[in-house]
Design a protein around this ligand. Structure first.
Ligand code: ATR
Length: 514
């Protein structure tokens, strides 16, 4: 079992005590008393906080981190070691000392003597806030061989690809340890700790209360990632993009996996930068089949990179996905083979058909006005022309509309022609109307009629000005959320081979967009 430890910044007794009680309410297993947050840690106060932790049923780690390793304590090492020794005598279950401190002078002996006749265990730690350690395996064995301890190594991940060294190291160990990557790029190392049977992971009481960069909140660990259900057999999925922190996909897919009692976990995968970063990430995944990654959602800016990667590997790209030139879904088979799909277009068409109450064949020759000529527009135009709709593309930059129209053999026109064209369906594929631009609509006022269907691919906010205008005119409406849920449901089917619980996914997205 991997424990959830909540770090408590011990600034004064009352606030620390309040946080300990809150950590218990939030179902933590332990608290870490970060006594270095107090300008002059007082032994009596620490003793009382240890006792409070025990009285509410939490194990207690006591730490007095030096400023050299990211802590706030600038007291001499001797005094910090004394604080840890007192905490051991006062009942702390664990004390955490930096390896570099432990090996100086007689610090190690003092600490070993202090814990000798107690139940207290020693965590020996090393931190690098600048980046990965040069030789993490060597560092691990140095710490591990110096005494009986739980090894903790934490380093800053500058890119998600820096996490793989931590995974490789943990896979080789048969002892429980704590190997974490700090920063937003290291988040998956914290979420995956139960997959490696790590000793613990740290989580903040809320998103802003962590004591190291990149710590998730305990609420997210339990409610979004179902942390207690993760084990070495858990199959992994995730959304690759930059940014991904606000993506609804982890909450939606994890809820669907949990609802179906599948041992699968869906992660936010922040893959920064260019094509090479993406390629390296995929190579890292494919080189480690033991991580059991089985599939990905892909979002901005990697949809093009995803399809290029699969082609470069000589693997399967579904036909319409190849025509769109962008993949939003990758599947990795148990044999390591990859295939690329695009569920945006089917998600859009299904949402449209549901609102119109008709089948795909009924779209034949319907007049559709598509606003925008970017990536979203491309997927939707491909889907509509595939369904033999009569499509006209309108875009701020008319040259882009012309290029897209030429490729998919449809029409394009300047926006002021829209009123005369009298479309039956209007679809917004631009970002106009998206938060914070919520008072704008891409469609000129007065164009919308009651017999039209109006579809806005923007889902933030759920009810855009365009959809409000359409409702007021009596038109049928399709929201970006409908499309989001449909494309996620299609992905779920590709991930699991089973139909998704669409209602559950819809409920989840509705909760997230309140
Ligand atoms: P996506 O992949 O989400 O479609 P994109 O490729 O950047 O993103 O395309 C965004 C679309 O929104 C484009 O059609 C863009 O118009 P231009 O081609 O003229 O840039 C459109 N768009 C973005 N901001 C806009 C604005 N303020 N007014 C009108 N159109 C806008």
């Amino acid at each position: 079992m991997t424990y959830i430890a909540v770090p408590i910044a011990v600034k004064d007794y009352d606030s620390a005590a309040g946080q300990i009680r809150l950590a218990k309410e939030l179902a933590a297993d332990m608290v870490e008393l970060r006594t270095d947050y107090s300008p002059s840690p007082v032994s009596r106060q620490i003793r009382e906080l240890i006792a409070l932790g025990h009285s509410v049923g939490l194990a207690v780690i006591t730490t007095c981190r030096s400023s050299r390793e990211g802590g706030l304590c600038s007291l001499p090492d001797k005094l910090r070691v004394d604080i840890l020794c007192s905490a051991a005598a006062d009942g702390a279950d664990y004390i955490d000392c930096e390896y570099e401190t432990f090996i100086q002078e007689d610090n190690g002996k003092k600490i070993t003597d202090a814990i000798k006749n107690s139940h207290c265990r020693l965590i020996l730690s090393a931190h690098n806030f600048a980046g990965p350690f040069e030789n993490i395996a060597d560092l691990y064995s140095k710490i591990n061989s110096c005494c009986e301890c739980i090894v903790k190594i934490a380093y800053k991940a500058r890119h998600i690809n820096d996490c793989f060294a931590a995974f490789d190291l943990q896979r080789r160990q048969n002892r429980q340890s704590i190997i974490l990557c700090m920063g937003d790029d290291g988040l998956i190392s914290r979420l995956l700790s139960p997959k490696f049977n790590a000793f613990l992971t740290f989580a903040g009481i809320d998103k802003s209360s962590g004591t190291a960069p990149g710590q998730p909140s305990i609420g997210d660990l339990n409610n979004i990632y179902h942390f207690r259900s993760i084990n070495e057999h858990t199959e992994l999925y995730g959304v690759i993009g930059e940014p991904v922190a606000h993506s609804m996909s982890p909450a939606v897919h994890n809820a669907a996996f949990a609802g179906a009692e599948l041992n699968k976990l869906y992660l936010p995968l922040l893959v920064r930068g260019d094509r090479q970063g993406f390629y390296d990430f995929m190579d890292n995944i494919l080189a480690r089949p033991w991580l059991s990654f089985r599939g990905f959602s892909v979002t901005i800016p990697h949809k093009g990179h995803a399809i290029e990667y699969v082609i470069h590997k000589g693997e399967y790209v579904e036909d319409l996905t190849a025509k769109i030139g962008a993949a939003n879904t990758l599947i990795i088979g148990a044999n390591g083979r990859i295939s690329a799909y695009n569920t945006d277009y089917s998600g859009a068409i299904d949402a449209l058909l549901a609102a119109m109450g008709c089948g795909k064949s009924d779209l034949h020759q319907r007049k559709v006005a598509v606003f925008g000529a970017g990536g979203v527009s491309r997927a939707i135009v491909a889907a509509l022309t595939d369904a033999a709709c009569n499509v006209t593309i309108y875009n701020r930059t008319i040259e882009k509309a012309a290029m897209l129209a030429e490729e998919f053999l449809c029409r394009y026109a300047p926006i002021d022609k829209l009123a005369k064209d009298t479309p039956e369906i209007i679809i917004n594929c631009t970002s106009v109307g998206m938060t914070p631009d919520i008072d704008r609509s891409p469609v000129p006022a007065g164009v919308i009629r009651a017999n039209m269907t109006v579809f806005d691919t923007v889902y933030n906010p759920v009810e855009t000005l365009l959809l409000r205008q359409a409702k007021a005119a009596g038109a049928k409406i399709v929201s970006g959320l409908d499309m989001f849920v449909n494309q996620a449901a299609e992905q779920y089917k590709l991930f699991t081979g089973r139909p998704a619980d669409v209602e559950l996914m819809r409920k989840m997205t509705a909760q997230l967009t309140i």
